[in-house]
Design a protein around this ligand. Structure first.
Ligand SMILES: NC(=O)c1ccc[n+]([C@@H]2O[C@H](COP(=O)([O-])OP(=O)(O)OC[C@H]3O[C@@H](n4cnc5c(N)ncnc54)[C@H](O)[C@@H]3O)[C@@H](O)[C@H]2O)c1
Length: 364
């Protein structure tokens, strides 16, 4: 089992470990007791994950004589709501949870975000750990301590920064992950190669077929590298004030496409389109070498991610969404662009004409 330590500002949160391996679930009881002692453990998960892994985890905890319960809620982004949050908190109270209890997030990014949010607010905060089960959650959402729920007005509008006591990644969970969820996570993995580590991008190019075949060793190495890159950025900028913004590469246009499609395009597929758009804009405005943009496009395609924006999504719609982006400052939308592979920077605004032409050029 590989271990990565996340070192955080001691005034704000204590440091914790990310453990990565195959069959980590077999050792989960010990890891939890060691890193998060509590009088009562409550697993929070969605119905899909509960059906495959919920009972297994509950048995592991009970097998170590740990008092444990499980709460499940419906799967999917719609459940990342205030209604679900209140329902979970009511169940926690019914189960007798108090400040000596601890939460265990077992699932994808939705479960992790909701559980983290509840952990940071329930009884003025209780500890929690992350056991991420999607690729997206293993390489991205479980690391960094961002928690959130959605409101009818928009995604992630209510949230906190609250670090977990540990992140335990079992690569075996990916055996049951549907193909499109795998591709969605791969978009974030490819992003790390583009913004931070050209050698890792080369590794992904060489191994993309093995990754798609879910080769255990290759997946483990890929996840470990991704976690190291994300934790490195989070350590420097815990609250997303500066450097961490480069993690938004592809996300500005990606979010606009995702919302404009009424969430029929998955987050990963939308981010993939956003990354390609950002690469095209970088090529046009900042001399990103054509060869770099082509490599990005080719790897995204090989990973099963589309590089074409459906005709049904209008350019006007995307531009309107961009203007309303919650991360804009004044009238300027800051885009993360590339000088070259591995060298991202925050640009102070892209002319609307360039945005329009880029989006139009990517239509099916
Ligand atoms: N906090 C952060 O820093 C951060 C970063 C990125 C994304 N996010 C959030 O993450 C969420 C998306 O997360 P996601 O992509 O993991 O989606 P998800 O949590 O909705 O999971 C996707 C689907 O896969 C199922 N599933 C999970 N693990 C499985 C497994 N091992 N086998 C079979 N099915 C499994 C789930 O039940 C669900 O139906 C979004 O809400 C997004 O806002 C948060």
């Amino acid at each position: 089992m590989k271990k990565i330590k996340v070192n955080l500002d001691k005034k704000v949160a204590s440091s914790y470990e990310i453990c990565i391996g195959y069959d980590v679930l077999d050792r989960i009881g010990l890891l939890i007791v060691k890193n998060m002692p509590a009088l009562h453990y409550i697993i929070i998960t969605d119905v899909n994950v509960s059906a495959i892994y919920g009972g297994l985890l509950l048995d592991r905890l009970k097998g170590m004589a740990l008092p444990a319960d499980m709460i499940e809620f419906p799967a999917g982004e719609d459940a990342k709501s205030i209604g679900t949050t209140i329902a979970i908190v009511e169940r926690l109270i019914k189960l007798g949870a108090d400040r000596k209890s601890a939460l265990i997030a077992l699932g994808g990014g939705v479960v992790g975000d909701v559980t983290g949010f509840i952990a940071s607010t329930f009884m003025r905060s209780v500890p929690y750990i992350q056991i991420p089960t999607t690729l997206m959650a293993q390489v991205d959402s479980s690391i960094g301590g961002k928690t959130a729920i959605d409101l009818p007005e928009g995604k992630n509008l209510l949230g906190t920064f609250y670090q977990p006591r540990g992140v335990y990644i079992d690569v075996k969970f990916l055996d049951t992950l549907p193909e499109d969820e795998m591709s969605s996570g791969l978009a974030e993995v490819i992003k790390y190669g583009i913004i931070d580590d050209v050698a890792f991008f080369n590794f992904l190019e060489r191994n993309i077929e093995a990754i798609k075949d879910r080769d255990r060793d290759v997946l483990e190495e890929m996840i470990e590298n991704s976690c190291r890159i994300k934790k490195g950025i989070v350590e420097i900028d815990e609250k997303e004030l500066g450097l961490r913004r480069v993690l938004n590469f592809g996300h500005t246009i990606g979010h606009a496409i995702e919302a404009e499609s009424n969430y029929t395009i998955s987050h990963g597929a939308a981010v993939s389109l956003g990354m390609l758009a950002a690469a095209k804009i970088s090529e046009r405005l900042y001399d990103l070498p054509e060869g770099d943009r082509e490599r990005i496009e080719h790897l995204l395609e090989s990973a099963g991610l589309s590089c074409r924006i459906p005709q049904t999504i209008t350019t006007d719609g995307i531009i309107t969404r961009l203007r309303a982006d919650k991360k804009k400052e004044g009238d300027t939308i800051h885009f993360v662009l590339l000088k070259k592979m591995g060298m991202p920077f925050i640009n102070g605004g892209v002319p609307e004409s360039v945005l329009r032409e880029t989006v139009e050029g990517m239509k099916k």
